[in-house]
Design a protein around this ligand. Sequence first.
Ligand SMILES: [Zn+2]
Length: 474
Amino acid sequence: MYFPDFWVGMNKNQRGGKSMPREIVLRNAQVIDGVSDQPRKNISIVMKDDRIASVTEGDGPAGQGAEIVDCSGKTVMAGLIDTHVHSTFIDRNDLTLFLATGVTTARDVGGRLDKVLRLRGQVNSGEVVGPRLFVCGPLLDGEENSFKPGPMTEMLDNIPNPEAAPGKIRQLLSSGVDGVKLYFTMKPDTAKAVIRAVDKRVPITGHLGYTTAMEAISFGIDGLEHIWISPYQDICSLEMRLGPGASMSNRSFWTHTLKGWEEMDLQAPRAQAFFGAMVEKQVKMGTTLDLLWTAYAGLEGALADPDRAYIPPHCLARQAAQNPELKAGQEWDIHPGYWAPGEGRKALDKQLEAVRLLHEKGGVVVGGTDCGGLNYPPPGFALLREVEMLSQAMGPMAALKAVTVSAARALRKDNDLGRVAPGYYADLLVLNNDPSKDVRELRSLSRVYRGGVVYDPKELLAARPVRDMTLIPA
Ligand SMILES: [Zn+2]
């Protein structure tokens, strides 16, 4: 057990012995319920044990011994969901960063199977304090590995041909994964065989490369990861498509796709066909716009960003090991080194435009970050950045839906998570200010409930050792 103090906090809320449910009533709250277009005023929320029992206007019912919390002036909403994390590279103690920033659920979309299953068990049983964790198991490459030998390769597994798909999928599903993740080098015939083998039992998402998004959609994929990469081949100009053997381990891959995005015509028939297919099949588009956030912040802005102090030590160690090859400068801790921080602004503008178009046409936009897989922004804080950029693209309320109710759809947990409604998990944020007009107010978080258990974000952050930024070499 990691933070005994918080468990003492939890026990305070357990009342009346074993037979009586633990009951907490939030009163006088403004509520963003995940469905309504505007916040609702003067709402009472009753939590019983780990679920929401009722959501009513006015004072609402309260059982004997219930804890009443006055939320006058505050806004309550569902806990945030990050649909794209790599917990393998996040130290167990640092899983509290998610809760401290209001992220009560995370989906691991790639890690060594035994490790992510163990961690899921520890977090979901309460042995380790962190968000609800859903796992996809390994990144499923095709014949070749997407990474050169190094710290990233432990996340990979291979399905080299269609014949190998049923056996591997049987193994993954019987081990209890919550989803399946297709990776960059998987070819179309194998992707098709995998999707058939899964047969809709769990959601399948993909960070695609050798298989195009349009192919994967026609095979019945449920989601795509990284608006930058997965649909790139489908929507860039014909001249800017990647050739055979393209590798994410080459700097040219990144500079080329940045240029491809800058020149992209989102009104062209190919792009429109992609948007049309995404809307028709309701494929979930995981965004990970935060990968390029440094393009807006610039080098100076990123280096001065206080969130930088929360990069997990495990991530830092991995990045340090990759430094000789990536040759990053003073920004080595925050930047993958494949392009310069501050570069890519026009490409990022275009990606935001693609998000806006997809949303306007009725597509499903889902917030995810790749935290852990990349150092920066750090866990939790990364989703706050993501929401800021989603808000620029689609407005604040749609951005909040992308990280709550729509993200829950991507996990197929939309009857349990992402809404403030009876029967849903009591995963709730209490915010001092209203994020429905300005999503940066997600940082005014005053309490987090995960399954009805309360956490103080400030205490969670204070309990975690912060990097001494003065020791970071320039
Ligand atoms: Zn990833």
